[in-house]
Design a protein around this ligand. Structure first.
Ligand code: ZN
Ligand code: FE
Length: 260
């Protein structure tokens, strides 16, 4: 089979649990880095492929996503696209600020911006509708979601709903390998969820053999990620919140995970 896709994606780990991603357009040879926490790891991944960095797409201002911008910018003189608003620490070398409903082209691939505040106020996610791929930063993780630092619980719940509304076949690249710890919490919330139990066994195997559990996909996450399942009767029963709003159920879940 010939791979007709214009786009090639490479994911690599850095620091203790971060993932970096490179997106490469075969026709134009342009390459994007999703976030830029560690210049060394990004440069190594670029050099291994023989790709030149043309753009960096920053999801949010946290250091583990931004510390490498300076040195990558110095080497590649690349464009830096990131949040337009609310970054409590300014994004270095920002050339284009993006917010909700903004869109742009990467080579010939359309990119849509989702503003998904909660973890931070500036968080943006990059959605490639033609490829069915979302880069979810620290908003949605496999089996979990980001901690709510700068926003509030209802804001984060709304942000996750935005992601939930994307097509089921959307492939999700998130920024951290937190899946094993997330699985423990998810199992404590929904021990009777058979899809969750069998997926957690798969996670265990992957982690034991040091393989990534990312990317994941939205269809699966909707079946097993408690933070996308605030309408589930069994979760509501567990939390003793049968008639609460989705936001209230989310808030109770997130608070329980914080002290789990
Ligand atoms: Zn973060
Ligand atoms: Fe992070």
């Amino acid at each position: 089979m010939i791979d007709m896709s214009r786009i090639e994606i490479v994911q690599f780990p850095y620091f203790s649990d971060n993932y970096g991603v490179l997106i490469h357009d075969r026709n134009t040879k342009k390459t994007v880095a999703i976030d830029a926490g560690d210049a060394l790891s990004y440069n190594k991944a670029l050099d291994e492929k023989g790709w030149n960095l043309s753009e960096i797409w920053i999801t949010h201002h946290h250091w583990d996503h931004t510390d490498g911008i300076d040195s990558l910018f110095k080497r590649w003189n690349c464009k830096v696209i990131g949040p337009a608003n609310h970054s409590t620490v300014p994004i270095r070398h920002l050339s284009e600020g993006m917010t909700e409903k903004d869109s742009f082209l990467f080579a010939e691939t359309p990119v849509k911006i989702l503003h998904t505040p909660g973890h931070t106020l500036d968080m943006i996610n990059f959605y490639l509708p033609s490829e069915n791929i979302l880069f979810s930063g620290d908003t949605l993780f496999s089996l979990g979601c980001g901690r709510v630092f700068e926003g509030n619980m209802f804001m984060m719940h709304d942000s996750l709903n935005k992601i939930s509304a994307l097509p089921n076949k959307t492939l999700i690249y998130c920024s951290h390998e937190y899946t094993k710890a997330n699985a423990k919490f998810a199992l404590s919330v929904e021990p009777e969820n058979k899809t969750l139990v069998s997926h957690c066994n798969k996670i265990e195997e992957l982690v034991t053999s040091k393989k990534p559990t990312i990317p994941t996909n939205l269809e699966l996450e909707k079946k097993i990620n408690p933070f996308l399942r605030t309408s589930s009767p069994s979760i509501r029963e567990k939390l003793n919140l049968p008639n609460a709003s989705g936001g209230e159920v989310f808030s109770a879940l997130r608070k329980a995970k914080d002290i789990f």
